[in-house]
Design a protein around this ligand. Structure first.
Ligand SMILES: [Zn+2]
Length: 422
């Protein structure tokens, strides 16, 4: 049995805790929080290493169970009550929900996810490694860095005896990278019963790794599906008796490839096309294609679906075939509300206390579970609080260790401000 990484700094924390308590009658000197964050950094890195060394792809139930066990133990050690809810879809891994009560009135939810996009064996190719400020390994930034950071911030909250909240809830889901099908309802429901949600997902993809960001928006993600039905026939002997579904599909794809340019806030890219199981000697009787769709303005999904339908129905080219198209949104669009924006601006002001710049990204083209948290409109959401990093979903993923102290400080100061503001 390994020691918890937090074990080694418990003595330091006890000392700092005394210091913080002495100052608690006045506003907390921010220098003490900076020093506490600096003292926490090695434990955050060690915790991150422990999580990265567990392979937890979205379709690896054993690894996800191991992640849940480790996180449950860590959350319990923080005095939290931990429940497990089986995800309602996917491989049926557990969603962790941990709760603790304080003496204030704010209801705050912290969220992150434990799964990665990688498949079994990834640690052989891409082992955990710390190289200078780069903490490397699968999921190091997306989103295990966010989880290690969240645990570090909760340790800081405890070390400073912060209790200015009614409830702090931690939610960690196991299916983010496959669209959160088995956790989205629980995320939305739980978030609707909180005042503020802090999402520890990573920041914008493509941002300079050393730059610090929060997200004010994230694209809705969907799939368009085009289906063609024709008629089978002998491909060599009697092709004219068939209705070639593949020819119709191919023409429809070309006819609709630029359709999203007619719709503000939508993009579409056909990415999959195939016939449905016919041998090569047969004129195909059915074929389908799938497009990746991104939505950056409310209502653009409906406008795009309508434009697709109009084009497809009016533009049939192979007589006797039938064509249908539909658009399904897998993740809703996330757009910060005024209250969310105000919190993000507060975060910028907190960064200025450290002489650092925090960039608010208006719209990122990544999927965020914060979109589900924002759905009811009940909670103000701050998205993208995870560690800075790069190489998400690639083979050179890393989290930037230099972002740990600013992110710990930011989280703790945000918690203080949210608690005091309620
Ligand atoms: Zn990801």
């Amino acid at each position: 049995m390994r020691f918890s990484p937090w074990h080694f700094i418990s003595r330091i924390l006890a000392l700092v805790c005394g210091l913080a308590l002495a100052a608690a009658a006045h506003a907390m000197p921010q220098q003490a929080l900076v020093e506490l964050a600096e003292q926490m950094q090695p434990a955050v890195i060690e915790q991150l290493g422990e999580l990265v060394r567990i392979e937890s792809g979205s379709r690896q139930p054993a690894g996800l169970a191991q992640m849940a066990d480790v996180l449950e133990a860590r959350l319990q050690a923080l005095g939290m009550q931990v429940e497990r809810h089986q995800a309602t879809a996917g491989v049926g891994a557990d969603i962790l929900v941990a709760t603790i009560h304080g003496s204030g009135s704010a209801r705050i939810m912290l969220q992150g996810y434990m799964d990665t996009v990688y498949g079994p064996g990834i640690l052989d190719e891409q082992p955990y490694k710390v190289d200078g400020n780069r903490i490397q390994g699968p999921g190091s930034a997306d989103d295990k860095g966010g989880l290690a950071l969240m645990l570090g911030a909760l340790h800081m909250a405890r070390a400073t005896n912060w209790s200015d909240f009614d409830t702090v809830t931690v939610l960690v889901n196991p299916d983010h990278e496959v669209g959160s099908p088995g956790s989205r309802d629980l995320i939305a429901d739980l978030a609707s019963r909180h005042d503020v949600v802090l999402s520890f997902e990573p920041g914008a993809v493509g941002a300079d790794a050393a730059s610090h960001t929060l997200l004010l928006g994230a694209a809705g993600v969907g799939n368009a599906r085009l289906e063609v039905t024709g008629q089978a026939a002998h491909a060599g002997d009697a092709p004219s008796e068939g209705r070639n579904a593949l020819y119709e599909l191919a023409q429809q794809l070309l006819a609709t490839r630029d359709i999203a340019t007619q719709v503000d806030g939508a993009s579409l890219q056909w990415t999959v096309a195939q016939t449905d199981g016919n041998p090569s000697g047969q004129v195909p009787a059915s074929a389908h294609a799938v497009a990746d769709v991104r939505i950056t303005e409310a209502g653009a999904d409906k406008a795009l679906a309508a434009a697709l339908k109009t084009q497809v129905q009016g533009g049939q080219m192979v007589p006797g075939t039938e064509v249908s198209v539909k658009l399904d949104m897998l993740r809703p669009l996330y757009q910060a509300t005024n209250e969310s924006r105000a919190l993000a601006e507060k975060a910028q002001a907190i960064y200025r206390e450290l002489d650092l710049k925090l960039t608010l990204v208006p719209m990122a083209r990544i999927g965020t579970d914060a979109a589900f948290s924002a759905q009811s409109g009940q909670a103000a959401v701050v998205a993208g609080l995870g560690l800075a990093g790069a190489g998400y979903h690639a083979h050179d993923e890393y989290a930037d260790a230099d972002s740990i102290v600013p992110r710990l400080y930011l989280t703790m100061r945000l918690l203080q401000e949210i608690g005091a503001g309620r």
